[in-house]
Design a protein around this ligand. Structure first.
Ligand SMILES: [Zn+2]
Length: 96
């Protein structure tokens, strides 16, 4: 909490109002959940397709999603990456 308290002490009135608004709207909770997910995924390198643990050997890392919802997945083999992209990324990509 000391780190957060120091950050808050350095903010202007306008910045505090914006953060208070984000707090009331649930944006801060969303950011915390997003960051926790990122940290968990970066520590864990289990292939999301086949479940293989990727602690050894070459890994393929894919970062995707909009900047505020950036996600990262680690794959053990090109066929797993290909399957993931075909079944998760392309299916949810916006259509023009
Ligand atoms: Zn795999």
């Amino acid at each position: 909490m000391n780190k957060l308290a120091k950050i808050i002490e350095g903010l202007s009135t306008h910045e505090l109002e914006l953060i208070h608004k984000d707090l009331k709207e649930g944006n801060i909770e969303r950011l915390i959940a997003q960051r926790r997910t990122q940290l968990t995924r970066s520590q864990s390198s289990i292939c999301p397709v086949c479940g293989q643990n990727n602690t050894k050997g070459a890994r393929l890392i894919l970062e995707f999603g909009p900047h505020d919802l950036r996600q990262k997945a680690t794959f053990d083999a090109p066929d797993c990456l290909h399957y993931f992209v075909n079944n998760n990324i392309q299916r949810h990509a916006p259509q023009d």
